[in-house]
Design a protein around this ligand. Structure first.
Ligand code: CP
Ligand code: NVA
Length: 315
């Protein structure tokens, strides 16, 4: 494992597109099987390193439990408790971790830092959230939609709030799977135009789906089957006070939910701020799948881990 020169580039999961569209149904079918029967031996004798440069509850615990229930082990490394905090280069850290472990999950800041981990690693690297993407979460959200509606297509998706890492992974999903996605973000908080462009280009190539950007939450919510939101202030953002002013009105509350399809579901990756991006009655109400969505992180983490380790298991 320590000889990086003779090995092919390891299979990793840095964004959703690292798993081809054609493989996703099998990944979600495998997720379903792992939800039904939680114990497996597909990671037996193996260890995943979980590197956190930002806080986490769901990502950390779901991957730790996933590794254990697949017969393996996990080691958590946080910035404070490692040499990363003292400036050890990412590439050096990745190279060493890859010589002990069989997979690495990284939660960090710029996507380039995740990519640097992957370049230096001889084992697969999974993106556990960067400033630009949160692929494990949106993979889970799509699984949750698929379980609920029996499909992910022919549905109308609305994103209400910040054009952040979650919104950008939703954009990538819309491009890959040809989804109809409307995003309502305040002026100045739209997703990176490059992400919008490439998602639209993917849709154009496949001839499926649409992407609409608006500043009006009601326009995005109108007739939507899936309403998603996220915190107004993501980890690492410092303009908290200004954001709380600029995001007024971008709350999924009963009035906004009333604009959606009668059978609409509400998703939130959590953690949530009740009374800001989502009202407490919606988050804890009957249309919310946030709690099942959070549980599903575990099942999807296992399927992704299996896929990057040995994709034939899930195919
Ligand atoms: N949704 C999510 O990634 O949660 P954590 O930040 O708790 O991992
Ligand atoms: N956008 C949020 C997601 C948290 C899971 C953040 O990056 O903090």
């Amino acid at each position: 494992m320590s000889d990086t020169t003779s090995q092919p580039t390891p299979r990793g999961f840095l964004t959703l597109a690292d798993i081809p569209v054609a493989d996703w149904p099998a990944v979600w079918d495998r997720t379903r099987a792992l939800e039904t029967d939680r114990l497996a031996t597909t990671f037996a004798g193996k260890t995943i390193a979980l590197v956190f440069e930002k806080p986490s509850t769901r990502t950390r615990v779901s991957f730790e439990v996933a590794a254990y229930e697949l017969g393996g082990n996990s080691v958590v490394l946080s910035t404070d408790g490692s040499q990363l905090a003292r400036g050890e280069p990412v590439a050096d850290t990745a190279r060493v971790l890859a010589s002990y472990c069989h997979a690495i999950m990284v939660r960090t800041f710029g996507q380039e830092r995740v990519a640097a981990f992957a370049r230096a690693s001889s084992v697969p690297v999974i993106n556990g959230l960067s400033d630009q993407h949160h692929p494990c979460q949106v993979a889970t959200d799509l699984y949750t939609v698929r379980e609920h509606f029996g499909r992910i297509d022919n549905l109308r998706y609305a994103w209400i709030g910040d054009g952040n890492n979650m919104a950008q992974s939703w954009l990538e999903a819309a491009g890959m799977f040809g989804l109809d996605l409307l995003l309502a973000c305040p002026e100045g908080y739209a997703p990176d135009p490059d992400h919008v462009r490439s998602a639209r280009a993917a849709q154009q190539a496949s001839g499926r789906g649409s992407i609409v950007l608006t500043t009006d939450p009601r326009e995005a919510a109108a007739g939507a089957h899936v309403l998603s939101t996220d915190v107004w202030v993501s980890m690492g953002q410092t303009d908290e006070a200004q954001r709380r002013i600029d995001f007024q009105g971008y709350c999924i509350d009963p009035a906004l939910l009333a604009c959606a399809a009668p059978d609409a579901i509400v998703l939130h990756c959590l953690p949530a701020h009740r009374g800001e991006e989502i009202s407490g009655d919606v988050l804890d109400g009957p249309r919310s799948l946030a709690w099942k969505q959070a549980e599903n992180r575990l099942h999807v983490a296992k399927a992704i881990l299996e896929y990057v380790m040995r994709p034939t298991v899930v195919r």
